[in-house]
Design a binder for this molecule. Sequence first.
Ligand code: FES
Ligand SMILES: [Fe+2]
Length: 456
Amino acid sequence: MDSQSIRTGKVAAVIALGAGASLFFRGGRDPLDRGGDESPGSWRETGFLSRALLCVITVVCLLVISWLYKLFFRPLELLKAPHDVGYIAEDGRSKARAANEVRRRRKVGELPPVYPNGWFRVLDSHMLERGEVRNVSVVGEQVAVFRGEDGKAYVVDAYCPHLGANLAVGGRVVGSCIECPFHGWQFEGNNGKCVKIPYAEKVPEFAKVRSWPCCEVNGQILVWFHCDGVEPQWTIPELQEITRREWVYRGRTEHFINAHIQEIPENAADIAHLGHLHTPGMVSGVDLRFTNSKTWEFLRHHWKAQWEPESEPNKHCSRMLVNHAITVFGRHWSLLDMDVVARQVGPGVVFLQFEHSSLGRGVILHCVTPVEPLLQCVSHIIFYQSSIPPIVPKFILLAECIQFERDVMIWNNKKYISKPLLVKEDSAIQKHRRWFSQFYSENSPRLNYQRDTLDF
Ligand code: FES
Ligand SMILES: [Fe+2]
């Protein structure tokens, strides 16, 4: 449960307890004490049980109101732990154990480099208050992401070059600098230069921490990674509808996927899997052992899609056009027909734009951030027209999440095949691999076969 829901629940519980207690104790007093004129017996004569019942009803009503409020008005937040989705826990094993076993046993195949060059999301803007610092893992590195008192977001290496303390664990924001919690050295967010050593006469020229190019756009903070330290070669497009707040935040999901990063965007060019994996209705769930169950066969999704890379100057972008339709007992339900344009910008960000005559317009920002060589953090953040009731984008995000989790079960357990056995109809997959290879360069990091990661 997210912290906002917990807060709402706590508020509802406090109100309910307060209301219940007041009803309960009010009944014990003599109305004459308050100078009141209630008819004798209205409260005093009500028995203990009926007052207790009234309290229970009050509590239940308030909890139902808070639940309905959350359902209809609050953003949807589904944050899954790394072992939550896509593993089969049999023979009484826990999901965490099943996930660790899969990670240990799996053959990884002949992998492309593990960290492509590009922009990767590290946080959503609302997760970082002015003066706050957070530790994030990205492309196998630990970084400190902080928001200066000037309101700007900065990203620097988390480990202090002095004696290695983690700047994000107890570090303090001072102006546009981050101050190390160990000896108080201060580093400028913009360029990483050390500007103050509290006990030294002089700050040496070479004293600096690596600072990462970063940007804040569409309600997200992103960092630029390039294995050779090359400066950003393109930018993340700004969606004016989000900046102008015509489209507002309606929720997010987060998953950790045990796969090479390339497997995830490749899904867009794998048109054939739509007609198989994603055809059973969303009510069929996400566990692939049961999605073809006869019980839910009445609901089917139908897809038409094509994938194309863009040309210069946007060759770092590609587009997938999708027409989606639903049939119920074989009858087409046109209300849920949806056209989606999925525009990928670089290796880590996709804009899934929706347009519907009555359900309105919006976007899901699909972001893949490599955490470790074979561990990807994938988030979906939905922004939708503020005039459309939040339940609509929440439903869209949930539907997307269900379909996505079916892919997760495949990715978590598959092997990367460098020379796949493809038929003519799969040709977009090879095209996608050629397109994606532009994000690797000669020095792009490859998988280190020595096992150096922690279990979930
Ligand atoms: S370790 Fe950071 S100031 Fe000493
Ligand atoms: Fe898929």
